[in-house]
Ligand binder design. Sequence first.
Ligand SMILES: [Zn+2]
Ligand SMILES: [Zn+2]
Length: 158
Amino acid sequence: MITMNDVVGDADRFVAVCRDHNLKITPQRTAIYTMLRNCRDHPSADQVYRLIKKDFPNISFETVNRTLLIFASIGLISIVESTSGVRRFDPDLNSHHHMHCIRCGKIIDFQHAGYDALEVPEALYEEFPVLAKRVVLHVICPSCLQSGEEGSAGGVVA
Ligand SMILES: [Zn+2]
Ligand SMILES: [Zn+2]
């Protein structure tokens, strides 16, 4: 649920983090960040590029990709796990968990206090400094479930 406060706070954070890292605030960068914030499905650089091109027809994929990597390197967004080998970007830096659709690759956020409180086994801590934790559920999303049902009703027999 996005409230007006979140939106205002977001824009402030964007400006503050960019200033901190001497990153010039350009209309393109602002648009890329805003678009990412409004995207709830952890887009890849390619998806961001396709969307942003509608407003900035001359922007190149390289520029979009580089911008996303810069955003990630200054902590504005994060790069999240992906099983397809394509980098996926996440603008939500608060603790949250992911449902990963194994059919279409969609990554959906969810909150669960019980998972936030999960304890890392102490033996692990000793060997591996744990920097963050997130629960990833492998799921089949509603639209894939639906198209799967339609597909099987179509009756392709192998
Ligand atoms: Zn899916
Ligand atoms: Zn996420």
